[in-house]
Design a binder for this molecule. Structure first.
Ligand code: UT7
Length: 326
């Protein structure tokens, strides 16, 4: 019996239409006496703009739009999908899962649908789970989505975090295939670092108990991210029996251009192999990798047959990488 693999057959993404430049955001913060500048944000992060969803738009709405685009690209009808996984840290509701809400919006029922919570590593976690389920025969055509409305958990009085994040969604269709697709992947977590990136509040007794805003020790996250992104990329390459030279495109989590460029340098990859969307999207957490993948597929940079390294890192602390042949 020949081995079963999984392969991406379509990508899609969606950004809310409201775009805020750094200057737009700086003006908004200035109204509350908070000082920031376009120059600081660009120099420290590479971010020029981000998109914020309107108040009545939820993660499932962004996910649904991205999913429809991925399905169209893959030429797959919603009814053919037999697995839906949504990576999100900003679900519409405490429960049910955002994946169930997306399933309903797609007008289908019956297939398993669930969320994965691994913050900014969410998409590589979800993709790895979907790949495993396809390889075992538990699914044939999966919809894997990263969707976030991080604007809802930002404290606009905290300039060290609120300038960094944005809203959006990215999706892929992953199908069973005789040839790999997903070549190798690896996931990690280290719960000792829970406090350096978290939203500590929870819903209890009819109200929010504790702080409902994102808290981050930026420098601690930065240091950990730079280390693990290099290590996990090397480890996944070794697992796949490949080298840095085999990577056509690197798509790291889009949080900070300095972290991304440092990873690319360590892997000896030239600048044109690094896909960058953090400038226009900000950090969209679990959505950032599939959003960047879709941008680079649709602008013609990434083509069928290219080898792509996806790398996630974020709260938990979590990290992971997926090496794939498109
Ligand atoms: O999504 C999960 C992964 N997340 C990440 O990878 C984020 C990792 N961390 C980072 O990207 C960076 O640490 C930040 C972008 C968050 C911060 O950059 P930094 O170079 O580490 O800056 P810093 O925290 O050392 O702050 C430098 C200065 C401070 O002022 P003093 O103490 O030097 O006077 C801050 O108060 O910049 C100040 N500052 C700001 N100034 C203007 C912090 N935020 C701002 C701001 N505007 N928005």
């Amino acid at each position: 019996m020949s081995a079963r693999h999984s392969r991406i057959t379509g990508t899609g993404s969606f950004l809310p239409s409201r775009r805020l430049s750094n200057d737009d955001l700086a003006r908004r913060l200035a109204a509350d006496g908070i000082e920031t500048s376009d120059q600081w944000i660009i120099e420290r992060t590479g971010i020029r703009a981000r998109h914020f969803a309107e108040p009545d738009v939820a993660s499932s709405d962004l996910a649904f739009e991205a999913a429809q685009r991925a399905l169209a690209a893959a030429k797959v009808a919603p009814a053919e999908i037999d697995l839906i996984i949504v990576a999100t840290s900003t679900p519409d509701m405490v429960f049910p899962s955002t994946a169930c809400l997306v399933q309903r919006k797609l007008g289908v029922s019956g297939c398993p649908a669930f969320d994965v919570q691994a913050v900014c590593s969410g998409f590589v976690y979800a993709l790895t789970v979907a790949d495993a389920m396809i390889r075992t025969g538990a699914a044939n055509k999966a919809l894997v989505i990263g969707a976030e409305v991080f604007s809802r958990i930002l404290d606009f009085k905290d300039r060290t975090t609120c300038v960094l994040f944005g809203d959006g969604a990215g999706a892929i269709v992953l199908e069973a295939s005789d040839t790999p697709g997903i070549v190798a992947s690896e996931l990690h977590a280290d719960g000792r670092h829970v406090e350096i990136l978290c939203v500590p509040g929870n819903v209890s007794g009819g109200s929010v108990l504790g702080d409902p805003f994102l808290k981050m020790d930026g420098q601690a996250v930065f240091k950990l991210a730079v280390g693990v992104l290099e290590d996990v990329a090397r480890s996944v390459l070794a697992k796949a029996g490949r080298t840095e030279a085999d990577i056509d495109f690197l798509i790291p989590h889009q949080a900070n251009i300095r972290i991304m460029q440092s990873t690319a340098r360590k892997l000896k990859l030239p600048a044109d192999k690094l896909v960058v969307t953090v400038d226009e999207h900000g950090n969209t957490s679990a959505a950032s990798i599939p959003l960047a993948l879709d941008v680079a597929v649709r602008d013609g940079r990434i083509r069928r047959g290219d080898t792509v390294m996806l790398e996630g890192v974020g709260g938990g602390f979590t990290w992971g990488a997926v090496l794939l042949d498109l």
